[in-house]
Design a protein around this ligand. Structure first.
Ligand code: IMP
Length: 183
């Protein structure tokens, strides 16, 4: 594989994740929280973020996938990423979120489809509070009006990999966030 262009270095990520953790700690001071990770992309972000939060915290995970809209990975890259179509839950939360402080942890906010669906799905539990922490945000790609309460980095319309983000399930273990070259 040709050398990947690094978009966000690991040192920048860890510094920003520490800031986000401090902000969450401050805003939810004294409250227990549930860190709810969106599988699989948010796994690494959640594990780093959790250790920067000084609150009583438990973990849960939810899995989603998009119906039909996604072409195979090569086509996806050729035509540009486009997660239109419906979202469905592949693994639901393990517990009721009623009266809980939920921080939904997502790797990247792109069109907004996934988080719009998830917010509606999770608000039905009637949590005490609901916040979204997204490591990355591609605002230029938005199709639905969705904002995260905590955003690590706003990035241009590039397909990124690493630090949990994949292309065809690969590259999640890259320590930096890199741009997948368009060939
Ligand atoms: P949305 O529903 O369009 O906001 O897409 C959110 C999901 O699309 C994320 O959770 C990722 O799984 C995936 N995604 C969007 N952009 C990228 C990217 O640049 N790299 C890897 N995955 C991405």
């Amino acid at each position: 594989m040709t050398e990947l262009k690094v978009l966000i270095r690991r040192e920048q990520i860890s510094q920003r994740v520490a800031e986000m953790g401090a902000q969450i700690t401050h805003e939810l001071a004294g409250e227990p929280i549930i860190l709810l990770g969106v599988l699989k992309g948010a796994a690494i972000f959640l594990s780093d973020l959790a250790r920067q939060i000084q609150l009583d915290a438990t973990f849960d995970f939810i899995g989603v996938s998009s119906y039909g809209a996604r072409p195979d990975p090569e086509e996806e890259l050729r035509s540009g990423w486009d997660s239109t179509g419906e979202v469905r839950v592949t693994k639901d939360v393990d517990q009721s979120l009623k009266d809980k402080n939920v921080v939904l942890v997502e790797d990247i906010l792109d069109t907004g489809l996934t988080l719009t669906f998830l917010k509606k799905h999770l608000m039905a539990h009637q949590p005490k509070s609901f916040r979204i922490a997204a490591l990355l945000d591609k605002p230029s790609r938005r199709k639905l009006p969705m904002q995260a309460d905590y955003v690590g980095f706003s990035i241009p319309d590039e397909f990124v990999i690493g630090y949990g983000l994949d292309f065809a399930e690969m590259y999640r273990n890259l320590p930096d966030i890199c741009v997948l070259p368009r060939e």
